[in-house]
Design a protein around this ligand. Structure first.
Ligand SMILES: *Cc1c(COP(=O)(O)O)cnc(C)c1O
Length: 424
């Protein structure tokens, strides 16, 4: 009988999105007349169609595959040069950041990359030769759950979270941008603009993180999935805008939220050649070498039509169409944010991120606010508690929706301040 990876069994009662779906489903079933009224501003999935430049490129790629002369088989596992060069030029050199094309690793998205990257780091808890991991609280659950599955943590704790992980509190007091830890940490996961809080780190704040990582030989895994949503040119869109980050950081990038590729699947990870780890015996090893090896052994890369579509996003039309998509969602975010502010709710995010983060009024818990909005107004938001202990007392509203739904959602939020809460 095969032995299983029993670290999977440590995962606490599952990802919380299924619980949201369960409550919404149960409500719809028991209130069939109200079911069509449900507006979902919960899960962060895009709603608008792909940029036409990407669609045309995929059609053209399908035609290329249909003819012997233009047929493509296996390509380089880490991506074709024309795509990696377009990325280096468009996302980095254009912003004054030096980078080589072979430091870009094309993939099917950031979630798989954030998971796979742990394969090249030691696994196990810190007392058993593994790394001490730090995450923000609240946090995108993917970073935590993958570390649990790799055996890098102890069991789930009764109050939430896992033994062995360093949780960095993101609160109104620090503007939801935690400072670097004072205790020993080997690997820190950061995400700015942030999911779920919508917060964004300044150049000075990221500068302190890079300084910390260089001083402590730590690694920063920076998730820049929402970089396209940064409106203020003074705010960094990449950790590599901070000098020295190319010696202590890797960066996850995704085409899901800027190009609408959540269903197409496409992203990349930047691993600079100067970023190092060490062996148990203390020898320094470039992570680039291990990550290259990992790709050539475990993958044959991203499909040809998707690589063509990614390259199309970097053409002038593609860039324009992506900017229009992001502008549309940011218009939604502004409407939702304003609706919350007008109701007197304490509100963050929504100005450089497609998420608005709201404090539940009148002492309501996250799930109480969720249930109130669902049962009275058929509006689905995401309870902050699902993202970590520090998310309790908050909820997230996603701007990924139609303009009509967003305007209606803004009106329905009034129930939070207009009625006494239905307490159990
Ligand atoms: C949506 C999202 C991603 C993108 O993941 P993909 O696998 O590329 O679709 C990455 N990080 C965060 C925090 C996200 O919210």
């Amino acid at each position: 009988m095969p032995l299983v990876n029993d670290h999977y069994l440590k995962l606490a009662a599952g990802y919380f999105f299924p619980e949201i779906a369960r409550r919404v489903g149960a409500f719809a079933e028991s209130h069939p007349a109200l079911a069509p009224r449900i507006i979902r501003c919960g899960v962060g999935d895009v709603t608008e169609p792909l940029p036409p430049a990407a669609v045309a490129a995929m059609h053209a790629a399908a035609d290329e595959l249909a003819h012997r002369a233009s047929f493509r088989g296996y390509g380089p596992a880490t991506g074709h040069d024309f795509v990696r060069n377009a990325i280096v030029e468009g996302d980095f050199r254009a912003r004054g950041i030096g980078m080589d094309a072979d430091e870009i690793f094309l993939s099917d998205g950031s979630k798989p990359d954030a998971s796979a990257f742990l394969e090249i780091l030691a696994s196990g808890t810190p007392d058993r030769g593994g790394n001490r991991i730090a995450v923000c609280d609240p946090v995108y659950p993917v970073y935590v759950d993958n570390n649990v599955m790799q055996g890098n943590t102890g069991p789930a704790l009764p109050g939430g979270g896992y033994e062995g992980i360093v949780y960095l509190r993101a609160t109104p007091e620090n503007g939801f941008v935690p400072e670097p830890p004072t205790e020993p940490v080997d690997v820190a996961f950061l995400c700015f603009p942030n999911n779920p809080t919508g917060s964004v780190a300044t150049r000075e704040q990221l500068g302190r993180w890079v300084k910390w990582a260089l001083e402590h030989d730590a690694l920063i895994c920076f998730d820049a999935a929402y970089e396209a949503y940064v409106r203020d040119p003074a705010l960094p869109r990449s950790i590599f805008e901070v000098p020295g980050a190319d010696r202590c950081a890797i960066e996850f990038r995704s085409f899901s939220k800027n190009g609408g590729f959540t269903g197409v699947r496409g992203g990349y990870t930047v691993v600079p050649k100067a970023v190092e780890g060490r062996t148990a015996s203390g020898e320094r090893v470039p992570l680039h070498r291990l990550w290259t090896r990992r790709w050539s052994t475990c993958s044959n890369g991203v499909s040809w039509p998707v690589q063509r579509a990614i390259a199309a996003l970097y053409t002038p039309e593609g860039q324009e169409q992506m900017a229009a998509l992001v502008d549309f969602y940011m218009g939604n975010a502004a409407i939702l944010r304003q609706a919350c502010v007008d109701l007197g709710l304490r509100t963050w995010g929504g100005d450089h991120a497609p998420y608005v983060w709201v404090q539940c009024p009148r002492g309501l818990g996250s799930w109480e606010a969720f249930d109130l909005l669902l049962t009275r107004e058929q509006l689905v938001v995401t309870p902050g508690a699902g993202f970590g202990r520090c998310g309790e007392g908050f909820f997230r509203i996603s701007a990924f929706n139609s303009r009509e739904n967003v305007e209606e959602a803004g009106r329905r939020l009034a129930v939070l301040t207009a009625h006494e809460p239905a307490r159990a």
